[in-house]
Design a protein around this ligand. Structure first.
Ligand code: NAD
Length: 485
C-alpha cells in the first residue's frame, strides 16, 4: 500500500474512525493499492459536528477581511504544492497529469474568488423615513456540509469550501470514497494557512454518512455534487429535515453542429470535450446533433479523436465497473443499428495492464430513443444524431431530462442567439465545447442536473451560504412614530 491508511480530519487532527470497516482505494492508472479509507459511522459525524459547532462562534465573529487572509495563504500553498496535488489527483482518479494540473489551477481560481468576497458581500443601507434606516447584512449559517463526487477530487471540494468558510461557516466535507486522498492534503494546507481547528473537517464514508449528514439536526445546509439518482435522494431527505440544500446531478450535454461551423476548430473542440478527463466530466459533450450535411466535419472529428491515445493524452476511467458499463453501452448501440466510427473497447495500455482504460469512441447514426442517446455514459464516448433543421435539433436537446450544458458550433450569430434562447440548459457554449463559466460567474445546470435554488460557485453561492439579516434602526427620538411604527 503506497500511502498510510486514511483517517478522518476532525477539530484540526487526523483521527481514526469509530468503525474498523475500511475500503480499498485502488488507482485506476494501474490497479495498484493506494490506501484504505474508513467507512465512518454517525458517531464520527457527530464528533465532527461538535468540533465545527465549537469553532463557529469565534470564526463567524472574525471579520470577513481577516477570514479571507487564510485563503490568500491557502492559494499560495496550492500554487506551491501544485505538482504534488496534481500527482495525487492523477493517481487516485486516473486523469492525465495535465488534466490534474488544470484541476488544481481551477482550485486556485476558485480560491481567488473567495479572497474577493469582502468586496461582494457588503450589505445595503437606506434611510427609509426621516431618522430611520434599514440595513441588510449577510450572516453565516453555522455548520454546513459538502458531499462530493469522484471525478474532481480537488476542484469540486474547492467549489464549496473556500466560499462557505470565507463567508463564516464551519464545514464538514464528505469526499468520494473512490478518491479520498486529495481532500486530506487540502486539509493540511488549510491548517498551514492558519485556519482555526474545527472550521474545516473531513468525515470519510459512503451512504451511511451521507444519510447522517442529511438528518443531523445541527447541520444547517448541505451541498451535494454527484449523480442525479443520489442528488434526488439527498435533496429530498435534506429538505424534508427543513434545511437548505443545493444538489447538483448528472448530465447529458448536447453539441449542435451546423453546416457553417469552422471544421478544424469544431473538430478539435468536440474531440476535446468528449474525451477530456476520459469523458468523466458533467460538462463533457456526450451527444452531438449534426444539423443538415456535416459529414466532412464528422470525418474531421474522427481524425482528431484518433490522435487521442489512452495512457498518453487520455486517462483511465475510475474503475472496472465503469469500464464495463461504458463498453456495454457501446455494444448496445451497435446492436441497435448505430455505426461505431472509432471503437475504444478492449483497450489496454502497455505496462499498465491492470489500469481501467477505455479508448475514445465515436458512434454515428444514433437515434434519440437509443440508450446511448438518452443516458449519461460518463466515459470518452460521443453519440452522433442527425437532424434536418435547427428546430429538430433543439427538440432532441430539449427532450433530454438533464440540463447542465448545451453548445452550438456555427458562424451565424443570429442562429447562435436563437439556440441560446431555446436550449434547455443552464450553461450554453457558442463554439465552446466545455462552457464552464469562469469566476465570478456561477456554475449550475437546470432540470435534472440541479435541485435547489441558485448556483454552487461564484456570486450566486453567497445566497446559499448566508442568510440575510434585516435591521430597522432609529437612534433619534425626534424621528417620532409614523404609520410604519
Ligand atoms: P455518486 O452520486 O455515485 O456519488 C456522489 C457522492 O454521493 C459520493 O460522495 C458518494 O459516496 C455518495 N453516494 C453514492 N451513492 C449514494 C447513495 N445511494 N446514498 C447517499 N450517498 C451516496 O456520483 P459519482 O459517481 O461519485 O460522480 C459522478 C456523477 O457526478 C456523474 O453523474 C456526474 O455527472 C456528476 N457530477 C455532476 C456535477 C455537476 O456539476 N452537475 C459535477 C461533477 C460530477
Amino acid at each position: 500500500m503506497k500511502y498510510a491508511a486514511i483517517q478522518n480530519y476532525i477539530g484540526g487532527e487526523f483521527k481514526s474512525a469509530s468503525t474498523s470497516k475500511m475500503m480499498n482505494v485502488i488507482s485506476p492508472v494501474d490497479g495498484s493499492l493506494l490506501s484504505t479509507v474508513p467507512m465512518s459511522s454517525a458517531i464520527d459525524l457527530d464528533d465532527a459536528v461538535k468540533a465545527a459547532k465549537a469553532a463557529f462562534p469565534e470564526w463567524s465573529r472574525t471579520p470577513i477581511k481577516e477570514r479571507v487572509q487564510v485563503f490568500f495563504r491557502y492559494k499560495m500553498l496550492l500554487e506551491k504544492h501544485l505538482n504534488e496535488l496534481a500527482e495525487l489527483c492523477s493517481e487516485e482518479n486516473g486523469k492525465t497529469y495535465g488534466e490534474s494540473v488544470a484541476e488544481i489551477e481551477k482550485s486556485i481560481e476558485l480560491t481567488e474568488f473567495a479572497c474577493s468576497l469582502p468586496q461582494l458581500v457588503t450589505g445595503e443601507i437606506l434611510e427609509v423615513s426621516r431618522g430611520v434606516e434599514c440595513r441588510t447584512e449577510h450572516v453565516p449559517l453555522g455548520v454546513v456540509a459538502s458531499i462530493v463526487p469522484f471525478n474532481f477530487p480537488s476542484m469540486v471540494p474547492n467549489w464549496t469550501l473556500p466560499n462557505a468558510i470565507a463567508l463564516g461557516n464551519c464545514m464538514i466535507m464528505k469526499p468520494s470514497e473512490k478518491v479520498p486522498l486529495s481532500c486530506g492534503k487540502l486539509a493540511e494546507l488549510l491548517q498551514e494557512a492558519g485556519l482555526p481547528d474545527g472550521v474545516f473537517n473531513i468525515v470519510h464514508g459512503d451512504v451511511e454518512i451521507v444519510e447522517a449528514i442529511c438528518d443531523h439536526p445541527q447541520i444547517e445546509a448541505v451541498s451535494f455534487v454527484g449523480s442525479t439518482k443520489v442528488a434526488k435522494i439527498v435533496y429530498q431527505r435534506t429538505t424534508s429535515n427543513y434545511k437548505r440544500c443545493l444538489a447538483l446531478g448528472g448530465a447529458k450535454n448536447h453539441l449542435m453542429v451546423l453546416p457553417d461551423a469552422i471544421p478544424g476548430m469544431t473538430a478539435q473542440n468536440v474531440a476535446a470535450s468528449m474525451s477530456g478527463c476520459a469523458g468523466q466530466r458533467c460538462m463533457a459533450a456526450s451527444a452531438m446533433i449534426g444539423v443538415g450535411n456535416v459529414d466532412a466535419i464528422i470525418d474531421k472529428i474522427c481524425e482528431e479523436v484518433r490522435k487521442i491515445i489512452p495512457g498518453e493524452n487520455l486517462g483511465a476511467v475510475i474503475n472496472k465497473e465503469s469500464k464495463e458499463r461504458i463498453e456495454r453501452y457501446i455494444g448496445e448501440a451497435e446492436k441497435e443499428g448505430a455505426k461505431i466510427l472509432v471503437d475504444g473497447r478492449n483497450t489496454t495500455v502497455n505496462g499498465k495492464e491492470n489500469g481501467t482504460y477505455v479508448g475514445p469512441t465515436v458512434i454515428d447514426f444514433v437515434t434519440p430513443e437509443m440508450s446511448v442517446a438518452k443516458e449519461e455514459i460518463f466515459g470518452p464516448v460521443i453519440s452522433i444524431m442527425r437532424a434536418n433543421t435547427v428546430d429538430e435539433a433543439l427538440a432532441i436537446e430539449n427532450a433530454n431530462p438533464y440540463g447542465n450544458a448545451a453548445s452550438v458550433f456555427t458562424q451565424n450569430g443570429g442562429m447562435a442567439r436563437y439556440i441560446i434562447d431555446r436550449a434547455s440548459a443552464g450553461m450554453i457554449g457558442v463554439n465552446v465545447g466545455v462552457p464552464v463559466p469562469r469566476e465570478p460567474f456561477s456554475f449550475g445546470g437546470w432540470n435534472e442536473s440541479k435541485f435547489g435554488v441558485g448556483d454552487i460557485t461564484g456570486k450566486s453561492s453567497i445566497e446559499f451560504w448566508t442568510k440575510l439579516k434585516k435591521s430597522t434602526i432609529k437612534w433619534n427620538a425626534e424621528a417620532g412614530v409614523n404609520w410604519m411604527s
